[in-house]
Design a binder for this molecule. Structure first.
Ligand code: FAD
Length: 461
């Protein structure tokens, strides 16, 4: 079968690119190696309960009146209504460091007044930083790499404040250890603090269903259980793909959301001749506990808590299996309009050492998982006192799960530290979208798919 465009991956970026192309009458096919759609943001059932794989929050929420916001652009370009995703905003979230807490909501003024309270004397500098971030064009695809920490040190006087701001921003999107690209910092900062957090009432499956319906409804073809085994390249041009089943597809263009290095490896000999980037090393474990009551009934009202047990925030691959010194606690029932959920869920995310998790045999792996599940119950009880008496079921995923869901080397959640912002590869008609293009998160990944489809396919017609 011949297609105008084949897209590798039925994640958020693949669907968004596919919808955009199908709208413009492209004969487009998405090929996905798994049986479940959604990529990193999929869902599954266990013991009769539905779980989201990774969803803490849809960042980039923005109230309807904020027209230029990324969410509004996405809805317009994919022709969705706001109600299609049934997004409910957060109550409030917190960044907790020793002796200091910064609360934030979807109103940036709340964070600003918290900064003034915890760091007297910093308010004006913080406001100037906010103005700089707001004015910065992070959507330009040609922004050069600039480390964020020196820029933040120039802007702010208190190192403690810099560490507290970097903690949520790095957790929600830095592929790089220790520091991050300032453009990436701005994108995530805006998505968290200017636009804010929300959650679809019925979890991520609501978004995925809407994407599938729209894609298939406008003529797109979706092949599940259709892993790409190889990409055929002739004279620096892709001519087709071979699926694991042996089926061959020919195409004019390939958009891949499988990751840059991972995609180049699919090109076999050609990929081998191209210098490789360093794969990312940042991966996580996430533990999930279901309670027979809601966290707010046990006194825990925050939607998300980013915590760090020291004054300095260390964002790097830990030496041990898991770094317990910092993490993210998320209560999906603590969103506005979620209070009537029958059971409460608490998710706790920690940084993890991917090499150690991926190097274990099955017995050691099972034992390590059990050990950290026990640790989770103990620690969750600190955030939600009474948790250990009310927990009815737990689950956990590790870098191994992330690798199996995405194919990312090292189970690196945010892919490679070097991003390809224009999506180009050394192969003329092969482009990268999604995580390794550089726009992250659910909304970011969809915008990535839209941008690359617009820039590299539709604008060339
Ligand atoms: C634990 C966790 C929590 C997260 N929480 C949030 C959150 O709360 N909010 C948020 O906004 N973002 C969150 N994210 C990030 C978000 O999930 C990602 O940024 C986004 O989903 C990436 O989408 P994508 O389309 O770029 O890639 P992916 O979702 O990785 O999709 C790529 C797809 O390509 C497929 N694929 C790979 N190789 C092949 C092949 N050879 N053949 C065929 N198919 C292939 C994979 O199976 C996968 O389905 C979280 C991520 C994780 C891991």
């Amino acid at each position: 079968m011949h297609y105008d465009v084949v897209i590798i991956g039925a994640g958020m970026s693949g669907f968004a690119a596919g919808i955009r192309l199908a709208y413009f009458d492209k004969h487009v096919c998405i090929v996905e190696k798994h049986s479940a759609p959604g990529g990193l943001n999929s869902y599954y059932s266990l013991g009769g309960r539905h779980f989201d794989v990774g969803l803490h929050a849809v960042t980039n929420y923005a109230s309807p009146e904020k027209r230029p916001a990324p969410l509004a652009k996405l809805l317009r370009q994919l022709r969705f209504q706001r109600d299609d995703f049934a997004l409910c905003p957060q109550g409030y979230s917190e960044i907790r460091f020793p002796g200091r807490t910064l609360r934030f909501t979807n109103d940036i003024e709340v964070l600003t007044s918290e900064v003034a309270r915890e760091f007297p004397g910093e308010e004006d500098k913080f406001r100037r930083l906010l103005a700089k971030i707001e004015a910065y064009d992070d959507t330009r695809l040609d922004q050069a790499y600039k480390p964020a920490r020196p820029i933040l040190r120039d802007a702010l006087g208190e190192q403690g404040l810099i560490e507290m701001l970097l903690c949520p921003v790095m957790y929600y999107g830095s592929a790089q250890e220790h520091d991050m690209d300032f453009t990436q910092f701005v994108t995530i900062f805006k998505s968290l603090f200017f636009e804010g957090l929300a959650r679809p009432r019925d979890g991520v499956r609501a978004i995925i269903r809407a994407l599938i319906e729209k894609f298939c409804g406008c003529g797109g073809e979706l092949k599940m259980n259709a892993g790409v085994e190889g990409i055929d390249v002739d004279n620096d041009r892709v001519t087709g793909l071979v699926l694991e089943s042996g089926e061959q597809l020919t195409t004019d263009v390939v958009l891949s959301s499988a990751g840059y290095i991972e995609t180049m490896r699919l090109c076999g000999g050609v990929g081998a001749a191209v210098p490789e980037d360093e794969p990312g090393r940042m991966s996580f474990v996430e533990t999930i506990g279901v309670m027979d009551t809601l966290p707010q009934d046990l006194g825990h009202e925050a939607t998300i808590v980013f915590f760090n047990d020291a004054d300095t925030f260390a964002y790097s691959q830990p030496a041990e299996l898991v770094d317990l010194r910092s993490g993210v606690v998320c209560c999906p029932s603590n969103y506005v309009s979620h209070e009537d959920m029958e059971e409460g869920i608490l998710r706790l995310t920690w940084m993890a050492n991917c090499e150690k998790w991926l190097g274990m045999d099955e017995v050691a792996y099972r034992a390590a998982k059990q050990g950290y599940l026990d640790e989770f119950v103990t620690r969750a009880n600190v955030y939600v006192p009474g948790f250990c008496d009310r927990v009815v079921c737990t689950d956990m995923f590790t870098p191994r799960t992330i690798r199996d869901y995405t194919g990312h080397i090292n189970g690196a959640v945010y892919g490679s530290p070097r991003k390809r912002r224009d999506g180009r590869t050394p192969i003329e008609n092969l482009y990268i979208c999604g995580t390794d293009q550089g726009f992250l998160g659910i909304i970011g990944a969809m915008l990535s798919g839209i941008s690359i489809a617009n820039l590299q396919v539709l604008s060339k017609d």
